[in-house]
Design a protein around this ligand. Structure first.
Ligand SMILES: [Zn+2]
Length: 107
């Protein structure tokens, strides 16, 4: 729980098969996505996913980005997860800020 916000991991978007109250998506961040998804499948790691599991709602991994926790927070603050969700029938925009600092080009 004390990882620095600058750690680069995976931001992921889960799409619920049907809405739970007003929620249809869950945006999260993980250093180890497979491990995290296994936790979520067991109803652990996030309150929303625990109640979604209890309600018998399945979810799928709709999309991932590479980024930090700060990027995840910025993404959540923007809202409108369904506009970023390919499973909702949207063609995703090219990843922008969420890909992190453009370190891949020249050194
Ligand atoms: Zn969706």
């Amino acid at each position: 729980m004390s990882r620095p916000v600058t750690t680069v991991g995976v931001i992921y978007l889960l799409h619920f098969e049907r809405p739970y109250r007003h929620a249809r998506h869950y945006t999260g961040w993980a250093a180890d996505l497979d491990h995290r998804l296994a936790e979520h499948a067991a109803g652990q790691g996030a309150r929303l996913l625990a109640v979604v599991k209890a309600a018998g709602i399945a979810w799928t991994l709709a999309r991932t980005w590479t980024g930090t926790r700060a990027d995840e927070r910025a993404l959540k603050r923007q809202g409108g997860a369904s506009r970023r969700c390919p499973t909702c029938g949207v063609t995703p925009l090219p990843a922008r800020r969420a890909t992190g600092p453009g370190r891949r080009s020249a050194r």
